[in-house]
Design a protein around this ligand. Structure first.
Ligand SMILES: [Zn+2]
Length: 277
């Protein structure tokens, strides 16, 4: 599932193709994804000039001149594919935008994503954005704010960090990575992550995300892969999906058994049992 860095990279790629341009034609190929799409969506997009983009958590907002924003969530399996106009539609393409000679398609085989329209002036009041926690790369995400959000939470810190009301945009991969970097056990009670631990966790989250975004591309050309797909990349994770492999923090330490995996709330977490406490 795309998390904040992937969504940010997809958004930058979309901006590289669409910002300042007019959508000549929009085609919505089914009435719903996870939720019903708003009536008249294709008509609203057709002929609109794209004023800019914004990301909030795992959501992309494409702002149109005239005051509406298209809200887009990629769900579990959403992809944006760019190609020349006239490309034969692929499977599971639900929204197709054409601008000049370029065709931009949203593919989502599992349809856990969603599309909606929201007035640009009140984006944050949308039901899917209201109540979302701070952006982890913004100055409002401080160790004091994080400790306050975790106070009284009787769940493991891993689960708490997946809660978009605590902090926006994290998922299974980057929570595992950030906890490893901060040397905090994923099983630790969320309420006990305060003081020095919170002061380590905030920069660990920031650095993890910033490095992943940087790996996603540094120039506009990087955002579109040869396949036409936008913004996904093979990133070198330190613990995620590395069960049984050597832990980079403990070279030669017999007391580290390598990267361990534990299932929490039905989802895998990867960690070092020696250094994460
Ligand atoms: Zn280790």
């Amino acid at each position: 599932m795309p998390e904040l860095p992937e969504v940010e990279t997809v958004m930058r790629g979309l901006a590289s193709q669409l910002e300042g341009r007019v959508i000549d034609r929009a085609e919505l190929r089914r009435p719903d994804l996870r939720f019903p799409c708003p009536p008249g969506l294709a008509a609203r997009l057709t002929g609109a000039r794209v004023a800019g983009f914004r990301r909030r958590g795992k959501y992309i907002l494409m702002r149109l001149e005239g005051g509406d924003s298209l809200l887009l969530h990629l769900g579990m399996s959403g992809r944006i594919v760019i190609g020349p106009a006239g490309t034969i539609p692929g499977l599971h393409e639900h929204l197709v935008l054409r601008t000049g000679d370029t065709r931009i398609a949203l593919q989502d085989p599992r349809r856990f994503g969603c599309l909606d329209l929201v007035p640009t002036a009140s984006e944050d009041a949308h039901r899917l954005l209201a109540g979302m926690g701070p952006e982890p790369l913004s100055p409002t995400f401080t160790d004091a704010a994080l400790s306050a959000a975790l106070a009284g939470r009787r769940t493991p810190v891993k689960a708490a960090l997946l809660d978009q009301r605590i902090v926006a945009g994290l998922g299974n991969i980057y929570v595992s990575e950030a906890l490893f970097r901060a040397a905090i056990s994923p099983r630790r009670l969320a309420a006990s992550v305060a003081g020095a631990r919170a002061a380590r966790l905030v920069p660990a989250i920031r650095e993890t995300l910033t490095e992943a975004i940087a790996a996603g591309g540094s120039s506009l050309r990087d955002y579109v892969q040869p396949s036409g797909e936008l913004g996904y990349f093979q990133h070198a994770w330190k613990v995620y999906d590395r069960e049984g492999e050597a832990c980079e923090r403990c070279p030669g330490r017999a007391s580290c058994e390598g990267i361990r995996r534990v299932v929490q709330s039905g989802r895998s977490t990867f960690y070092c049992g020696r250094t994460q406490r």
